[in-house]
Write a protein that binds this ligand. Structure first.
Ligand code: UDX
Length: 435
């Protein structure tokens, strides 16, 4: 089937490549000529394991091209809207202007048999508003939220744990469902659960899922605060409560908390939208989820300063990790960089290292020092802060690392190292929520 994908960031580029790998004829459109050139040459402008392999010509069953020319979508049967919905500056609400612009740009190219599928994360009510925009064209609208995780985006797109279709009532919805079923045929053949619902429910599935995940993380981080106050160990607490399969161990990793382009902005946008709908009390708890999350960053800085006898001034601090999580070069709302900046403002001499995210970090915060090589970054450090749990940092050898640093102080912001191993190698090991 001929498919268009509007917006070629994380979501769109991966979706376009994944749909081509299923055998479709895909055209990806983006307003950013540099992004289009990078994707065309098989070198995406962001790090996503498995993506560049799918961009190589001849690797897909179907075909794949990227362009800035939206008129190239004209003969596509189905159009996926995959643009971003960032947080509005100075507000909690999501900025949906890119979604509106994407739909407007499609309108001249639609016919009554076209299907437009929204995948972007949007405030509930957006699909209904956009369906009205499409009425003069006769095209159908669907909302099909995407649940992919950065770092696992290709796998999550091709093997999702569920497909959710938000459709209009009646025949139009049934016809659109049949078209999307054809696109996702190979995924449906793998028995992927598929749920067909209304627009509002489909939009809320995404927002509710991300709110639940954020709540799980902040819940265990709140328990970490109690562990710190009482001398308990949050990692053992998480293991024990997670054995109850009604609770589950996933997303109970206490530490520096969540960041990235999704969870923080999605819970804030949810609060803003609930307020507009007169239901702000229903999600008032999300403000607390956000606060618990942000407190972890300050707590991390406090623990580090306390371990260094109350002051960062003149001390060399090595920060391991800049990305908001491993297997990503995304530094949007990165807890690691927030901590690095706080320490720098308190007089610490901070060096940040990361296997993938140094360039993005330097663009976002040029005031910090960056070193690509971890050994070089560790050289002469008074304290080492592990803030993004890349495998290479989890695997650091305490004895070899000790030979590089000036002071054997390690603060584990992600609770991924074994305290006894580091302590027996002579290190002062501290962590969040662990004695
Ligand atoms: C998230 C959702 O998982 C995904 O379904 C949705 O489509 C987009 O938002 P992503 O932002 O890529 O995906 O990252 P995720 O793996 O969910 O991690 C989010 C943040 O939470 C990271 O900063 C991570 O370090 C943190 N986290 C995650 C924890 O602090 N503890 C955990 O137990 C899990």
């Amino acid at each position: 089937m001929k498919i268009s994908v509007i917006g070629c960031g994380y979501l769109g580029a991966v979706h376009a490549a994944a749909m081509a790998s299923l055998g479709h004829e895909v055209v990806g459109v983006d307003v950013d000529a540099d992004k289009v050139a990078a994707l065309t040459s098989g070198r995406p402008s962001f790090f996503e394991p498995g993506l560049s392999g799918l961009l190589v010509k001849g690797q897909n069953l179907g075909s794949l091209e990227f362009t800035t020319d939206v008129s190239r979508v004209a003969d596509a049967a189905i159009h996926f809207v995959c643009v971003g919905t960032p947080q509005k500056p100075g507000e909690f609400a999501a900025d949906v202007t890119y979604v509106d612009a994407a739909v407007d740009s499609l309108v001249p190219h639609l016919t009554s048999s076209s299907v437009v599928v929204g995948k972007s994360t949007v405030p509930v009510g957006t699909a209904e508003r956009l369906a009205a925009v499409l009425v003069p064209t006769g095209a159908s609208l669907m909302w099909n939220p995407e649940f992919l995780r950065e770092g696992h985006a290709v796998e999550d797109t091709l093997h999702p744990n569920r497909l959710v279709y938000g459709v209009a009532e009646g025949e139009a919805g049934e016809q659109a469902t049949a078209v999307l079923d054809e696109v996702y045929g190979p995924m449906l053949a793998e028995q992927t659960p598929r749920m067909v619902t209304d627009f509002a429910t489909a939009e809320l599935v995404k927002t509710a899922a991300n709110s639940f995940l954020a709540t799980k993380i902040s819940f265990i981080n709140a328990m970490a605060e109690l562990c710190e106050a009482s001398g308990a160990d949050v990692t053992q607490l998480a293991d024990a409560i997670g054995m109850d399969d009604r609770i589950g161990r996933k997303f109970l990793n206490a530490g520096l908390g969540f960041g990235g382009g999704c969870l923080p902005k999605d819970i804030r946008a949810f609060m803003a939208r609930a307020g507009e709908l007169g239901a702000d009390q229903a999600v008032a708890f999300l403000r607390e989820i956000d606060s618990i999350n942000m407190r972890r960053r300050v707590r991390m800085v406090d623990i580090a300063r306390d371990t260094l006898d109350g002051s960062f001034i003149g001390k060399k601090i090595t920060v391991l990790g800049a990305a908001f999580k491993p297997n990503s070069d995304d530094v949007r709302d990165s807890p690691a960089l927030a901590v690095a900046r706080l320490i720098a403002t308190q007089g610490g001499v901070v060096t940040v290292t990361d296997p993938q995210a140094i360039d993005n970090a330097a663009k976002a915060f040029p005031e910090l020092d960056y070193v690509a090589d971890a050994s070089q970054a560790l050289s002469g450090a008074d304290a080492v802060l592990l803030l993004t749990e890349w495998p290479e940092y989890r695997d650091l050898d305490p004895v070899a690392t000790a030979s590089l640093v000036a002071g054997k102080v390690l603060i584990d912001g992600r609770n991924v190292l074994t305290p006894q191993v580091w302590r027996s190698a002579g290190w002062t090991y501290r962590a969040l929520g662990r004695p």
